[in-house]
Design a protein around this ligand. Structure first.
Ligand code: HEC
Length: 122
């Protein structure tokens, strides 16, 4: 009886924790890897015909940068023009989920930590 009550309490705690867990910021589509939010399906439908969505998810940029990339798809890579409203919604999605990231490389070492340059200056 006591064990039953404990199990019940444990399940209640698990359920409570699950219910309160904040929605993972980056729930992603299992197939494309696109973040599952807003108009992600428009991106899947219009942007994964020629290449993997990885080209999108590994990139980042402001809305303007994404606009240039979409223009490149159209002008250089033969993508059909998108309906203006669809393009706007895709841009909103991309700018929100794949916006400009901070540089991920570490800053260069200061000169005093570098080995001496063995080559004469040019
Ligand atoms: C008609 C084919 C086609 C469609 C549709 C298409 N792309 Fe591309 N995309 C390409 C090609 C070709 C490349 C170059 C691939 C390479 O370099 O290996 C490319 C490359 C890219 C890159 C990488 C470019 C870079 O600067 O590194 C991004 C980002 C990209 N596409 C985004 C998109 C988005 C967003 C859409 C939808 C709006 C889209 N693509 C739809 C053909 C397409």
């Amino acid at each position: 009886m006591r064990l039953l009550r404990l199990t019940g309490l444990a399940s209640a705690l698990v359920l409570l924790t699950l219910a309160q867990a904040p929605r993972a910021a980056e729930e992603t589509d299992r197939v494309t890897g696109l973040e599952l939010d807003g108009d992600w399906q428009l991106v899947r439908a219009n942007c994964t015909e020629c290449h993997s969505a990885l080209l999108i998810t590994q990139n980042s940029g402001s809305r303007g940068v994404w606009q240039i990339r979409i223009a490149t798809m159209r002008n250089t890579h033969g993508m059909e023009s998108l309906d203006a409203e669809v393009e706007e919604r895709i841009l909103d999605y991309l700018a929100e989920h794949y916006g400009q990231r901070q540089a991920s490389r570490r800053p260069p070492l200061p000169a005093h930590l570098l080995p001496e340059n063995p080559y004469p200056p040019l």
